[in-house]
Design a protein around this ligand. Structure first.
Ligand code: S3P
Length: 425
């Protein structure tokens, strides 16, 4: 589907509710499916990725039922049953990598498949530690489809070479079912939703700096209320900052400090953002954000900041086109292993729109402030974050743009365009 986007004339105004966090939605349905008892999950994401996870647990015999628009009830005795078909992870890396950890310790074998993009993404990062824990995983040269021959697991001490919440979570989930102690250390802190939710549901888990330790535990079903996704909010934050005469409020945005790198960058750039009402729900911090158009300056983004904003880097590139000076993003090489090669994709498409952006091996540099000319067609590389970033860029282009493959937004954020039309004046 091709989407035409034209320049906003009068700024963005109004208040909107940001939909459910994708990462937390995956974990809510996964952990309540392997917990004993009933869990009510409120504000479950409507994105295709979390729904791939939900369907997998239905195939694994868990009783999951919608009780309202985005309320689901999960009933389980803590056990999964052998599925009668391959488990389809769709486009979702989080589903495939975290499921590896859950399926490794089962008494049956499973096969996981994914779409074209997911089948190209590296799985060695989870196959290697899980093999050390005692499971056999058969892959196509470390790519999906993955055949997991479930077995008894032993705990390991694992030093991860990359700061990845997917890798960390996979090992912790295997550790939940393994004999002995499982420890994971990462080079920088990645998102800790797994640690928070496992603890909330009764796991024997502790975090100490960059190391998380887990022992075999039984989880108990709990009520879980999911906050809004800061990665979805990032498109609205950026748009309000760079479109003149904007003033918006985003309600219920997740503010877990392992995810707020985008806010740290905005602050460094001189953005006018206020946090209005902070609260903690189901162990996660959230709040409302007020964002006004701002005069921005460039900054450097690297090191421990990267895992805190990894999914926001394409939209941060759009933001940086409107900041005075040179913004440099480094140490983000893993961006090449996402739903698309997000370094090449972001640089190629923003260049077409008139941005002064150059590719680095592990990031990019952007020279601003530069007016984007637009007036052309861009493509999304079947990547939801590219689709949404290009849409926001289109809102400031001089001439209308056309985005080919815009339907990929549905992977994480089907409400995206409807919410924008509420605040575009
Ligand atoms: C996610 C972790 C991140 C992120 C992905 C969701 C998660 O991946 O890019 O969209 O829910 O754990 P990595 O941890 O592999 O960087």
């Amino acid at each position: 589907m091709t989407k035409k986007v034209e320049r906003v004339k009068e700024g963005l105004h109004g208040t909107i509710q940001i939909p459910a966090d994708k990462s937390i939605s995956h974990r809510a349905v996964m952990f309540s499916s392997i917990a004993k008892g009933k869990s009510i999950i409120k504000n479950f994401s409507k994105g295709q990725d979390p729904n791939s996870t939900l369907n997998i647990f239905k195939n694994l015999g868990v009783d999951i039922e919608y009780k309202g628009d985005s309320i689901i009830e999960v009933r389980s005795d803590g056990n999964l049953i052998e599925p009668s078909q391959d488990l389809d992870c769709g486009n979702s890396g989080t589903t495939m990598r975290l499921m590896c950890g859950i399926l490794a310790g089962q008494k049956f074998n499973t096969t996981m498949i994914g779409d074209e993009s997911l089948s190209k993404r590296p799985m060695k990062r989870v196959i290697e530690p899980l093999t050390r824990m005692g499971v056999e995983i058969i892959s196509k040269d470390n790519h999906a489809p993955l055949i997991i021959n479930g077995s008894k697991l032993n705990g390991i001490d694992y030093e991860s070479p990359i700061a990845s919440a997917q890798v960390k979570s996979c090992i912790l989930l295997a550790g939940l079912n393994a004999d002995g102690i499982t420890r994971v250390k990462e080079p920088y802190l990645s998102r800790n939703h797994t640690e928070l939710m496992l603890k909330y549901m009764g796991a024997d888990i502790t975090s100490d700096g960059l190391t998380v330790t887990i022992k075999k535990s039984t989880l108990t079903g709990k009520p879980i209320e999911i906050c809004g996704d800061i990665s979805s909010a990032a498109y609205f934050i950026t748009a309000a900052l760079i479109i003149p005469n904007s003033d918006i409020v985003l309600k219920n945005v997740g503010l877990n400090p392992t995810r707020t790198g985008i806010l740290e960058v905005c602050k460094k750039m001189g953005a006018d953002i206020e946090i209005l009402d902070e609260k903690t729900v189901s162990g996660e911090v959230s709040g409302d954000l007020r964002i006004r158009s701002s005069k921005l300056h460039a900054c450097e983004i690297s090191g421990e900041l990267i895992p805190k904003l990894i999914d926001e880097l394409p939209i941060i590139a759009v933001l940086a086109t409107q900041a005075e000076g040179t913004t440099t993003i480094r140490n983000a090489g893993d961006l090449r292993n996402k739903e698309s090669d997000r370094i090449t994709a972001t640089v190629t498409e923003l260049k077409k729109l008139g941005a002064d952006i150059e590719e680095l091996e592990d990031g990019f540099t952007i020279n601003g402030k530069k007016e984007l000319s637009g007036g052309c067609e861009v493509k999304t590389y079947h990547d939801h974050r590219l689709a949404m970033s290009l849409f926001v860029a289109g809102l400031i282009c001089k001439k209308e743009i056309a985005i080919d493959g815009f339907e990929w937004v549905n992977i994480s954020f089907p409400e995206f365009e409807a919410l924008f039309s509420k605040i575009i004046k």
